[in-house]
Design a binder for this molecule. Sequence first.
Ligand code: MSP
Length: 505
Amino acid sequence: MPFYITTPIYYVNDVPHIGHAYTTIACDILSRFQKLNNQDVFFLSGTDEHGQKVEKAALNSSTTSKKFVDQMSENFKKLIPFLGCEINDFIRTTEKRHIEGVQFFWQKLKKNNQIYLSNYEGWYSIRDEAFYVESDLIKDGNDYKTSSGSTVEWVKEKSYFFKLSKWQDKLIEYYENNPELISPKSRYNEVLSFIKGGLKDLSISRTTFSWGVPVPEDKEHVMYVWIDALCNYITALGYPNKENSSFNRYWPGVHIVGKDILRFHAVYWPAFLMAAELDPPKKIFAHGWWTNEGNKISKSLGNVIDPYSIIKEYGLDQIRYFLFREIPFGNDGDFSKNAISKRVNADLSNNYGNLVQRISTFIIKNCNGRINQTLNFNKVDNKLIKLFEEKFKNYHEQMSIQQIDKALRSIFDLLSETNVYVDSQAPWTLIKTDKERMKVVLFLICNIIIKSTIMLLPVITESSTKVLKIFNYNFDCISFNNFNKLLDHDIEISNPKPIFPRINL
Ligand code: MSP
C-alpha cells in the first residue's frame, strides 16, 4: 500500500533549528515504521522560499533573492541526512515544477468559480505570514500584537479572494464524519470550533511586493505565500499530471505539522483541495513546541538550539530518542541537558545497552558466540513470550496513530521485564548447574533483544543497525510480518561492543 508523509516546507529566512529537526525526525520515524510494515513509502520535505518574510531576509543579506534562497535552502537539505533521515524528494517552491503546478491549481480554482477580485484591508503579520482580525490581537501601546508576540501591520491593497466561506458547512460535515483526521483530539476540537465560529473569504494574492508566484493572467499580483506553499504537497508528486504519476499513486498523504500551522493545513488546505476537486489530506497531526530550559526558543533571546551542535554533543540516536520519548507526541516539551542525560542513561545505557552488552559478551565467552534454536520453553519463559506479544501489539497500535512516546514505552517496559528475567534465571549460575536450561534462557533473551531492536529501528536507526549486526541478523528479513514468531534458526554473535556509554551527570 502507498503511504505518503510530509514535513512542512521550511521558511528559508533563517538557519534550521531544533524545531525544524523535530518535525523532520518525526516523519522519518513514521516513515521507517511504515517501511517495516512493507508499505510503499514516499517521504517529502522541502523549503518555502517565497513571501515577504523571505524577501525581507534576502534584502538584509548582501546578495540577490535567488542566490539567498539557494544558499539557505541548502542548509535545510544538508541537515536531513545529518539527522539520520531518508527522504524521497526535496521540493523548493522556487522550482519550475512547483511554480507551474501552483499556477495550474490557481487556474483550476478560477475555472471552478472559487476566486474573485476585490480589496483587502486589515492586519497582516509578516513573521506569521498570516492575516488577522482585530479581535485576534492584543493592544500594545499604539500598536497591536498577536498572542504569540508577532507584530502586525495594516495592509490595504487589491487582492484576489478565495471563497472560503462557501466551504464552512462542507468542512464541518467532513470533520464530523472523520474525527480521526486531525490528531491529537484536542487539536481536532480546536479546528472544528474555529470552523464553526465562521469562515471568511481568504485573501490569496498580494500586490505590494513581488517575491512570489505570479498570478496567471494578472502580472500585478503574486500569490499569497500559503496557497503557494501548501501546494508543494501535490506539485512534488507531479500534479497536475494525474495519469500514471506519483500523484495518482500517493495522494492523499499524511501531514505532520507544528501546532502553529495547523489552521493552514486543516482549514485552508482541505478547502482549496475540495474546491479544485481533489481529495483532502488523509491525516493531519499537530505536534507541540519545544522550549529551552523553560524559555520560549527565539533568536532575540539567543537560546536557539542548533541541531548540529546538540547532536555532536550527545549523539544522533540519543537526541532522536530523547525528543520522542521525553514528551507525548502532540504536547509541548522542555529541552534541557539534564533531562537528556537522565533519559539516555536510564533507558538507552542501563535498560537496553547493558542488556545487549552483558548477554552478547556472555555468549561469546561461554558459548563460542553461538546459541542453538530451541522450543523447550517452560512456564516462566512463556510468560515473557506472552508479554513480548502484548507489548509488540501495543507498540504497533501506538505507532500507527503517531503516539511515538507510548510505543517506545512499550518496548522499554518489555526490556525492563527482560532484565528481571535475566536476573531471576541467572545464566551465569545455570552454566554450572544446567547448561541445557541456560541455552534455552539465552535463546529467548536473544530473541527479545533482536525483536526490541527491530522495534527501535525507526527511532534509533544507527544503533539498532549496529546491534542487529552484532547478532548477525539477516537484514533482508526485517519486517513486521509474522513478527510474533520467534527465530527459527540459531543465533550467532560477533564483535560485541558497548553501544550507549553513560553520560556523566
Ligand atoms: N513555511 C511554513 C510551513 C509551510 S507548509 C506548507 C512554516 N515554516 S517554519 O520554518 O516556520 O516552521 C516549520 C515547522 O517547524 C513548523 O511545523 C513549526 O511548528 C516547527 N517549529 C518551529 N519552532 C518550533 C519549536 N520551538 N518546537 C517545535 N517545533 C517548532 O511554518
